[in-house]
Write a protein that binds this ligand. Sequence first.
Ligand code: NAD
Length: 355
Amino acid sequence: MELFKEMEEHGHEQIMFLQDNKVNLKAIIAIHNTVLGPSLGGCRMWDYDKEDEMITDALRLSEGMTYKSGISNVDFGGAKSVIWGDPHQDKTEGLFRALGKFINTLNGRYSTGTDVGTTFDDFVILRKETPFVGALPKEFGGSGDSSIATAYGVFHGIKACCKYRYGNDSCEDLTVAVQGLGKVGLKLSKHLLDQGCKVIATDIEEENVKKAKELGAEIVKPDEIYDAKCDIFSPNALGAVINEETIKRLNCDIIAGAANNVLKDHHFADILKKESILYAPDYVINAGGLIQVADELGIGGYNEERTMKKCEHIYDKLLQIFEIAEKKDITTVDAADHIVKERIEMMKAVHNIRG
Ligand code: NAD
């Protein structure tokens, strides 16, 4: 990989490679953009096959965080850290303390939190070495489980999609196909069922399926979710689920869920536009967790009521994006990117004013 070329193409500011044999640390901190503020982004732990795969993940995820912060109007830039290792086998106290030490050297230029493969417990350890970490458990002074805010934000995002598509945001009597019943998917299903929606749901974990059934969801097998006749398809499991194979099978008007990188690539945003399927860009609708962590790390510390209000604003943000997309005849992804780029330019102008 030509790293500098990649960084230049995508506008990354800094990449740190971290290594310590004794604690088995091999990690990257990728800082994409700090125009909007010091960078923020979770820490992923994954057993990558190759080094290039790990670097690509760090670059792609950190860039996504700049867009997520930008659209959410929080004063943070975008970054991500990735640890190379098996989250089920390779976790040690030394690993997370060493990562914490390195993060601390950045003196607030980067703050972290949980992501795929890392948990609260890991960050309670990391916190011993650095204060630059968010979404710790409430008993450790943090804001707690961020999936509550994420699910709440996705629910309001779905309401915005219904408002735009059907002229009414009640969602009552609509059918939502929910893929993934983990931390976010299950909470989202509860919001939807409480609202009077019919929920068709799936997960590969029997335990999660059981919980959704108890809430009142109809269950289908994991692969059948793409064929479910529904108004809304809500991906809350993996990325790249909208691809060549699945797009032909979908039977919905709207795609709106928490999963990151839902579209296999940008070309699928064009196809969805052509097919008149309304797509809620992932980094807009799933920003609740980021909004919570930004609130926790921001002025005055965490306030739950304020955070939930900000999550409700995902509704207005999506309506603004849909209107821009319609007016400019562009995809909803391009419309969202456009808003973020304008915000970055605005903040560059602010920074140019001599203080
Ligand atoms: P999670 O790991 O708790 O839940 C994911 C669920 O998807 C699991 O129950 C898993 O069994 C299921 N799953 C995996 N493969 C599947 C398949 N092929 N078919 C059906 N189900 C499958 O994760 P989460 O925190 O609920 O996050 C869900 C998605 O939302 C992820 O893509 C995550 O990156 C994204 N996201 C989460 C947050 C957050 O606050 N947790 C914030 C932003 C984005």
